[in-house]
Design a protein around this ligand. Structure first.
Ligand code: UDP
Length: 238
């Protein structure tokens, strides 16, 4: 595989073409942002760390029969991935109430609901990424009801595996965001990173936040905490 020219650059990632039309290399940047790019920073080594963590998690999911876009790690900060047609929605899976759900529903952060909560979000930053429901998604032609059912089934399975893996690292998976794509044969594929940038992770022993909330809420030690998540995951996977 030969890495070719840059085809996309976002806030935290770059995507490069390869000599194979169905493969891309995704590179993770040190840049971070929150609140629709109002708060921005560059955190040394963050690209390498989020790539490392996300590669471990996606490889773990691949081994547990979850269809993901991840093929292999490429250097320190890159991943070779399958090209998919992105579905313009996000699924947010919540095991513990936090963040926007706590704010929107007036609930305290830290409440553990009886059931797992799945939010469906339309990826439209110009509209503030609104919450939608299945009927909106079908009416807008984004997904069929069958695909939605499959997407929730995959999201629940991903959650189960994440909770098990992070439990071995002494970390509670509070919530996380995932995106999907369609492979050439139409099957749904998890096509996203899973790292402290996209998951809320709380230390089981102390309740300390081990994720991007350290940046969002100015809690400090962002890089050091991401390093600890990576180290704990490496140990959990030994
Ligand atoms: N999340 C994300 N990207 C987004 C929005 C949310 O990765 O654009 C993640 C976030 O890190 C958290 C989960 O999705 O783990 C739920 O986020 P929430 O809806 O609570 O929004 P927040 O208050 O974090 O903006």
């Amino acid at each position: 595989m030969r890495e070719l020219e840059l085809i996309y650059e976002g806030k935290s990632k770059q995507i490069f073409k390869t000599d194979s039309s169905d493969r891309v290399v995704i590179r993770f940047k040190d840049d971070t942002s929150a609140f629709y790019n109002i708060k921005r920073a560059t955190i040394a080594n963050k690209g390498r760390l989020t790539c490392d963590i996300s590669s471990m998690v996606l490889e773990y999911l691949n081994c547990h029969n979850i269809n993901t876009h991840f093929i292999e790690r490429v250097g320190d900060d890159g991943q070779l991935c399958r090209v998919v047609e992105h579905v313009p929605v996000e699924v947010i899976v919540r095991n513990v109430v936090a963040g926007s759900m706590a704010k929107r529903l007036g609930m305290d952060e830290g409440i553990v609901p009886k059931n797992t909560i799945f939010d469906l979000v339309l990826r439209r930053s110009d509209l503030g990424d609104p919450l939608i429901n299945d009927h909106h998604a079908v009416a807008m032609g984004l997904l069929s009801y069958d695909e939605l059912a499959k997407m929730y089934e995959m999201s629940a399975a991903i959650n189960k595996h994440l909770v098990e893996l992070f439990d071995k690292a002494g970390i509670t998976v509070v919530d996380f965001k995932i995106e999907f794509g369609r492979a050439a044969d139409g099957t749904l594929v998890l096509a996203d990173e899973l790292s402290p940038d996209t998951c809320r992770l709380w230390d089981k022993a102390t309740g300390e936040r081990m994720d991007k909330d350290r940046f969002r809420r100015d809690l400090g030690r962002v890089r050091e905490t991401y390093e600890e998540v990576a180290e704990r995951l490496h140990n959990a996977l030994k």
